[in-house]
Structures are given as C-alpha cells and as structure tokens.
Design a protein around this ligand. Sequence first.
Ligand SMILES: [Zn+2]
Ligand SMILES: [Zn+2]
Ligand SMILES: [Zn+2]
Length: 219
Amino acid sequence: MLTSSLELIERLLEGTMNRKTAQKLRRWQHEWQSRNANTLVLDYVEAETKLRFNIQREARVQVEHEALFISSTKNIDNDKRATASTVSRVEALQKELRSLSEGIWHQERKLDVVHARLCSLPIRRALVSCHKDKEWYLSEWMRADCARREGCCARECGCCRRPQHRGHCTAACACCEQSRGFAVTGKDVWEPGKMAWVSIENQLNIYATRLRDAYFFGL
Ligand SMILES: [Zn+2]
Ligand SMILES: [Zn+2]
Ligand SMILES: [Zn+2]
C-alpha cells in the first residue's frame, strides 16, 4: 500500500516536471528497501562500460581496416612482401571486428538481463525515467568524471556528444589515444569501472555510489 502510494507521488512529480524530486524519492526508497540490488547496479555499470569500450574500439578498428583494405587493393602488384603483410594485418583486423561485434551482442544481452532482474524495484523506475532523456549521460558529474580521466570532456573536440561515441570515453577512444600519445592496455583498460568494483557486496564505495546516482537516478 505504501509502495503504491509512493509510486503515485513519483508519477505526480514527473507529470509536473519535477523529475529530479521524483528521482530523489526513488533513491530514498532504494536506500531504504533495496540495498541488495547493489550487485546488480555494479553489473549494469560493468556491462555498460564494456559495451562502450567495444563500440569505441570497433570504430577505431574499422577506420584502420578501411584504410588498409584500400591500400592493399591499390598496391597489389607493386611490392609483394608489403602486400602480404598488409593482407595479414587486414585479416587480423577482420577477426578483431568479429570478436568486438560478438562482445557488443553479449553486453547488450547482459544489460537486458540486469534490467529484467531489477523487476519492480524503485531503482528500475529511476533507470527508465533517467534514460528518457537521451542526454542523461551529459550530466555535470559525468562530464567532470570523464575530464578527470583526461577523456574528451577535458578538450574541445566534442566526441562525447556524438551519438556513435555512445557516451563518455573509455581506454579505446581513438581521439584520447591520439592526445595521450600511447595506447592503454592490460588492467588499466577497465578504469573507471574498476574503482567501483572494489565495493563490498551490499555496500557501495563513494565512487560507486556516485556512479549509481549518475547512471540510475541522473543525480
Ligand atoms: Zn576520448
Ligand atoms: Zn575527442
Ligand atoms: Zn566525456
């Protein structure tokens, strides 16, 4: 009874353009009754980060693949050794593209599963409400977080506003790599999600709590 009354208040607030207050009310309910959904929160953030990484990496590999494919067809009879090495690189890139699209498919399914597992919890209503705004990820905190990691929000390039970038920069962002001057590899690839994943079950650390508020509540 109490839950349905609170849902009604949320709807009234949303209907009167008070989405932020409705989201704060959902966050209060989440803190109060569904803390054990915190593992799902981290699963969601992890899947979304990996999805974004794969999409940004795919864009970068596609550019290299196209350029090499064109040069391999132009120089086909000139330098046989160079052509052979270009062909093998093209094949490696094609293999990586297949594995990236497989990764994208898997992470999208994982997001669907987490979404379904959130059932009728207040945090699910918050997520649906937050993502009604296509620019939800351009909140002040998320842009500052991207800039802190020296992502494109720290520069004037505007990459994070482009739909094909799918959000803020990951280690796979080609523009960031160019600005940094080196590629990020190994475990560092998964920063910033890594900082949240050290949370103990049912207890998010400060950074994970901020990520949760940004991802689910738009706060
Ligand atoms: Zn970037
Ligand atoms: Zn950029
Ligand atoms: Zn950004």
